[in-house]
Design a protein around this ligand. Sequence first.
Ligand code: ZN
Length: 394
Amino acid sequence: MTSSTIFARRYDNGEAVRITIARDKITAVEPAWPDGPIAAWPYVAPGLFDLQINGYRGVWFNDPALTASKAIAAIEPYFAHGVTRLCPTLITSSHQALSTGFAAIRQACEQYPWLDHVVPGCHLEGPYLSGEDGPRGAHPKAHIRPADWDEFCDLQKTSGNRIRLVTIAPEVPHALEFIRRAVQSGVRIAIGHTAATGEQILAAVEAGATLSTHLGNGAHPIIRRHPNYIWEQLGESRLTASIITDGLHLPESVIRSIVRAKSVQQTIITCDASGWAGSPPGVYENDLGKVEVLDDGRIVVAGRQERDILAGSGAATDDCVAFAAKCGAATLREAIDMTCRNPTRFFGMPEQSLRPGHPADLFIYQPAEGGDRLHILVTMIEGTVRFGTVPSPV
Ligand SMILES: [Zn+2]
């Protein structure tokens, strides 16, 4: 597609606009004057950016058999959810599996420039995490290990310098030195899957950590009321928080509390979709362990009677945006900003925006009945429609 025109209401102020797109960029955003009722017009927003997605329908980005085409097959389904950028997330596994995963993603990005745009970087969640049950979440204990800068450098090289975010537990051996070196090399550091003390969290922040990965999850089911590692991160203003607002990982009151404590500007919404997302209910097993996809959509570590340890989510990013608004943590506009502007700002990238000169990365949607979800009509990436069909002017 070389040029197109979109008529829709802006997500941020409801204004009816005509957006002109030439090649990969927005060239004009002008007021439009609908003939009919404006309520019939859909909304348009900058594309969603999810910094934590593990795969789709059985394909994991750290699958030891990942190939470039499998990686693309696990990324493309997210276009139906308004996502225009995502960080493929590789979780704790063997060095070999991580290497294979990063090599496949690198190959896919080098082969397809459009994919390189969609994947601004990868997220390495682990393997330098807490080995304790609870904080460890679904990360396989056998592969949890002390922070290893040399191993990371090897993986970074394999990825073609694409690892942009590492989630680490500050209490693992060599973590602080790792954080300092990573930050110095331009990699962002998140604290997560941790049982750290307040002192250890503070030390990680002083070494350069700037994010809490899915705050409130990857924790013991029962912890001391205070102090504990959740409060310590919640009250640390140098840490932005990512949260999984799928309606299952965190109670509504906790979502509201985190957004209010951190502010809308310092909260990032992620779906943390499991590689089992998109799979029908059942028991699944791979190198990462055995999980159960339940009828209500939860994905839990199998073999526990309580079924209380979630193994990532089965929801997509747009569902999490809609739920954050529905539960009263933010307006829908704010929830969208938390999922497009905030991640780009966090990474120091130009903010996604509906302004001339910006890449035509956007999605068109109608809020569905009851606010439960967004009805995504179109997802456009660099001016190319990747999902749906651009509606003709009303
Ligand atoms: Zn996690």
